[in-house]
Design a protein around this ligand. Structure first.
Ligand SMILES: Nc1ncnc2c1ncn2[C@@H]1O[C@H](COP(=O)(O)OP(=O)(O)OP(=O)(O)O)[C@@H](O)[C@H]1O
Length: 286
């Protein structure tokens, strides 16, 4: 659907300053139906790449390819993409409703549809109670919710979100993650940046990981975890008043489980001892 081919981006603000290589030969693809988490530390190059994707900034070299599912012309492609920037600028003097009416009209949503879409999304994203207040009185999380609606109100095929979960409380983060999952299940391709590995592990099927402008991993989360899994099993069981955990190799499995059965041990959990995505990312970085 979208392919980044050897994308590099250099910044040089003044001729006497050293170049900053914000992206270094980055190549990967986003396929239709993907829910992709774009991970990287502060300054890794996430926003730079997203700005190139959104055509707000030009790469120094490399190519960005869109396939025809998103449209033939630049205008059509843009109309099929919803975008939430890292720091969305929302017109502070407008009310939430006026702002959504404005974003809906620039996305050519008919007036009648727009009214019901604003109602549906503001209720779902739980900002309906503040729609008639001026945005300047909104908290950071409330502005994030409004920005999120403005990115998706025109039902784009592809959603690009720069740090959509920042500024939200734990309940808000959970709601947003559920909505992202639901949108993806209903066919929207989603690409979002984050610092929080566990959020990405929880909802994404694919991860792109960059460090100092270089791509370190691009692919499926499940196969990455499997690749880094050991041959060990982990069992949690009840022993007296406490819960114990032991680890053992594949070849010891039958013997240990037989022993547990004979002794009537209460097993709470038995699974392959696999690392979390966070542990793997930490390993890849080193
Ligand atoms: N306009 C610019 N001029 C000069 N350097 C820039 C510019 N924009 C970004 N950079 C540099 O490019 C590098 C990548 O920045 P970028 O904002 O893409 O990182 P990020 O991964 O989005 O970070 P964060 O998670 O902190 O938002 C940084 O070293 C940054 O200082």
């Amino acid at each position: 659907m979208i392919e980044f081919v050897n994308i590099s981006k250099k910044f040089q603000n003044h001729f006497w300053e050293k170049n900053i290589l914000a992206l270094d030969n980055v190549s990967f693809q986003i396929h239709e139906g993907d829910l992709v988490g774009f991970l990287g530390a502060n300054g890794a190059g996430k926003t730079t790449l997203i700005k190139i994707l959104m055509d707000f900034s030009r790469q120094t070299s490399g190519e960005l390819k869109f396939d025809s599912i998103l449209g033939e012309s630049v205008l059509e492609i843009k109309s099929n993409i919803g975008y939430l920037p890292e720091r969305a600028y929302l017109y502070q003097h407008l009310t939430g409703r006026e702002f959504l009416e404005y974003t809906g009209s620039i996305n050519s949503i008919p007036k009648n549809d727009l009214k019901s879409l604003i109602k549906k999304w503001s209720e779902k994203i739980m900002i309906d109670y503040a729609l008639d207040r001026q945005i300047k009185g909104y908290s950071k999380g409330m502005q994030q919710r409004l920005g999120f609606i403005s990115a998706l109100i025109h039902s784009p095929k592809f959603l690009v979100l720069d740090e959509p979960l920042s500024g939200l409380d734990p309940v808000g983060r959970r709601d947003f993650k559920n909505i992202l999952k639901e949108l993806n299940e209903n066919g929207t391709t989603i690409f979002f940046s984050s610092h929080i590995v566990s959020d990405v592990e929880e909802i994404c099927n694919k991860v792109i990981f960059i460090e100092k402008g270089k791509l370190l991993y691009d692919g499926d989360i499940d196969s990455l975890i499997l690749k880094h899994s050991s041959d060990q099993y982990r069992v949690r069981y009840v022993k007296g008043e406490s819960i114990e955990t032991i680890r053992f190799e594949e070849k010891e499995k039958n013997q240990i489980l037989n022993n547990f059965l004979q002794e009537n041990v209460n097993i709470l959990e038995l699974e392959k001892d696999k690392p979390t995505l966070e542990e793997i990312i930490y390993k890849i970085k080193k």
